[in-house]
Design a protein around this ligand. Structure first.
Ligand SMILES: [Zn+2]
Length: 192
């Protein structure tokens, strides 16, 4: 009988994930009884990626701490290089950072097909206050890339935004080296 192996065991059969990814799993989490492993892109972040992600994190500091929401910042960068920043609840008590940035881009007539979204935290996959999640919105508008610092903690719902975006064909890049700062900005939700 075959040994009982978890997907993230080094000895387990490898999925065919293409050559663009590191062979070793980047993170793994349980979604109910399913264990999901994510893989990191082999290619490094560009200096420009870091700069936009830094801008998104700085944007998140503008959010007023609230017991019912994360403090998140987002920057949309179009293929032509136009930038639009937003933060949680900037213009509406139900808007997320990604929505705020997209709203500004659409108001300016920007083309969002092929654009990149830089978020301080993983774009959401499920929400109670509005019908469309940020990851669903990004898929609908044709975003090509998503770069974020911290995976969403399980304070409110179990987020599968990064997974949904990947499954939808978006290139997703998490930057764990910048996650600690984002979690500190959100320490109001962890009883600290
Ligand atoms: Zn969201």
């Amino acid at each position: 009988m075959a040994p009982d192996l978890r997907v993230d065991d080094a000895a387990a059969p490898r999925l065919d994930i293409g050559t663009g990814y590191l062979a070793a799993p980047h993170t793994g989490r349980f979604f109910g009884s399913t264990f999901v492993t994510t893989y990191e892109l082999r290619r490094g972040l560009t200096a420009r990626d870091e700069e936009y992600l830094r801008q998104a994190i700085d944007e998140s500091r503008k959010c007023v701490p609230s017991a019912t929401s994360y403090r998140v910042g987002a920057v949309v960068v179009t293929r032509s290089g136009a930038c639009f920043a937003g933060h949680t609840h900037e213009t509406s008590p139900t808007h997320h950072a990604e929505q705020e940035a997209v709203k500004k881009a659409l108001a300016a007539g920007a083309e969002l097909r092929g654009a990149a979204m830089y978020s301080s935290m993983e774009p959401c996959s499920q929400r109670s206050s509005e019908p469309e999640s940020c990851s669903a919105m990004m898929l609908r508008l044709g975003f090509a890339r998503a770069v974020f610092a911290a995976y969403e903690p399980d304070c409110f719902v179990q987020c599968r935004g990064a997974l949904d975006l990947r499954l939808g064909g978006v290139e997703v890049r998490a930057v764990p080296a910048m996650a600690g700062e984002v979690l500190r900005i959100n320490s109001h939700l962890r009883g600290e």
